[in-house]
Design a binder for this molecule. Structure first.
Ligand code: HEC
Length: 394
């Protein structure tokens, strides 16, 4: 345990600088074309264990934590590891920089506003103090960037924790999302972008925003009931208009911008919107982020996971549940698109077409092991998961 003695709890009221969005010389709008998206519901709870009434979910590396009225249930490779019943009501969950900035923590915010992190893959430890928020009721949390700054939503305030101190700003925002050093939230009459390093605030007037986030290029994306906008040269440019079904939500999952359109899902790409046929999603569906690139849809206490259908069927579900977490933990360092190994192994297809090679290198470690010596090793369970998947071809 890292002591929190070096977390100086300097509580200052940060200075706020306001800027209006610059509307001059706004780029010309060109609406994106729409194409079909093949969507697949991914079975995530392989053994159908009872999950209670779910309020939130977050995943980090191999672990997925489902927060429900049974407590915090930890799933690894699609199987339940255990449940911490410490809290049975939850507001939200996410992954943020650790209190001491040593890595990332998967956290849930419980019904009384305490921040709890997953420790030892088993218990939800109260870490409000570690962020200097021991006497606060926290509503929301987002990483402004993955490693150094977390922004917490409190009643009528934002609190920025940077590993050293916490700084409070009187800014009332909800529906927070973060990325590339900025945070966005919904406010009366528009969306507000806050930059924690400078205290700068920029308002974008938008009629009844539904949701806002930053894409991986750091551009603001905003949804209203019928229009998607994306930031270009400090202005919001209209990208897509849905005339037949309302836009209900927006979420970033590992680089993929998911949109709920009516009762189905769409993906916002650079130059097109791909939209699935009806998926019978409820109107109150809430989109929650997944580090896998898939999207969680939560409604009435029930959680569903969706991904793009690339044709792998049940073998792909099994891969997503049991092998992809191994990839994330042990291979992604070198095998992401553009990675140092010069071989993209981030997709189901890339594994499916290399089954024999995977068996050789990963399971039999011949002629040399993968991951290479010194870059970590699979646990016995992970090895079994990979072998089982390889031995059960589609
Ligand atoms: C530290 C970087 C690193 C990590 C981590 C790593 N690899 Fe590799 N991998 C490489 C490099 C470099 C090569 C190319 C040289 C070689 O084949 O040994 C490679 C090659 C491979 C190959 C052979 C490709 C071919 O066409 O011959 C496979 C299969 C593979 N890796 C799978 C994996 C898997 C699965 C993991 C995780 C369980 C993993 N690697 C983790 C760096 C890495």
């Amino acid at each position: 345990m890292v002591a929190m003695s070096n977390l100086a709890r300097a509580l200052s009221l940060g200075g706020l600088l306001f800027w209006g969005a610059c509307q001059d010389s706004a780029p010309a709008e060109v609406l994106l074309t729409e194409r079909p998206l093949a969507l697949r519901q991914v079975k995530w709870n392989a053994k159908d264990v009872p999950t209670g009434n779910i309020a939130a979910v977050a995943d980090l590396n191999e672990d997925t934590v489902v927060f429900s009225d049974l407590g915090a249930m930890v799933f690894t490779a699609g199987l339940p590891l255990g449940t911490d019943p410490v809290a049975k009501s939850w507001k939200t969950a996410t992954v943020i920089p650790a209190g001491d900035l040593a890595g990332s923590w998967l956290i849930g915010i419980d019904g009384s506003g305490r921040i709890r992190r997953l420790r030892d893959r088993s218990v939800m430890e109260d870490v409000s103090d570690r962020y200097g928020l021991g006497s606060d009721v926290v509503e929301e949390a987002v990483a402004a960037d993955p490693t150094t700054r977390t922004v917490f939503g409190l009643a009528g305030k934002l609190a920025v924790a940077d590993g050293q101190k916490v700084t409070r700003y009187s800014l009332s925002l909800h529906g927070l999302a973060g990325g590339s050093g900025r945070v966005v939230g919904l406010s009366d009459g528009g969306v507000t972008v806050f930059t924690p390093t400078t205290g700068a605030v920029m308002r974008f007037p938008v009629d009844s925003p539904v949701a806002a986030l930053f894409d991986t290029a750091g551009r603001l994306v905003v949804a209203t009931a019928d229009t998607l906008y994306r930031e270009d040269k400090k202005a919001l440019v209209k990208l897509y208009v849905s005339s037949d079904a309302p836009l209900r939500g927006l979420q970033l999952s590992s680089g993929v911008v998911w949109v709920q359109v009516g009762d189905t899902l769409a993906v916002l790409d650079e130059s097109e919107v791909r939209r699935a046929p009806s998926a019978a999603l409820p109107a109150d569906g809430k989109l929650l982020s997944s580090s896998t690139g898939d999207i969680w849809v939560l409604s009435q206490g029930t959680l569903r996971r969706f991904g793009e259908d690339t044709g792998g069927g049940a073998a792909e579900d099994q891969w997503k549940n049991t092998v992809q977490p191994v990839f994330t933990r042990l291979c992604s360092l070198c095998h992401m698109p553009g990675g140092s190994a010069n071989l993209d192994l981030s997709t189901y297809k890339s594994w499916d077409t290399r089954r024999a090679l995977m068996m050789q290198r990963v399971v039999d470690a011949k002629p040399s092991p993968m991951p290479p010596k010194g870059a970590g090793a699979l646990t016995q369970d992970e090895l079994t998961a990979v072998r089982d998947w390889l031995n059960a071809p589609p």
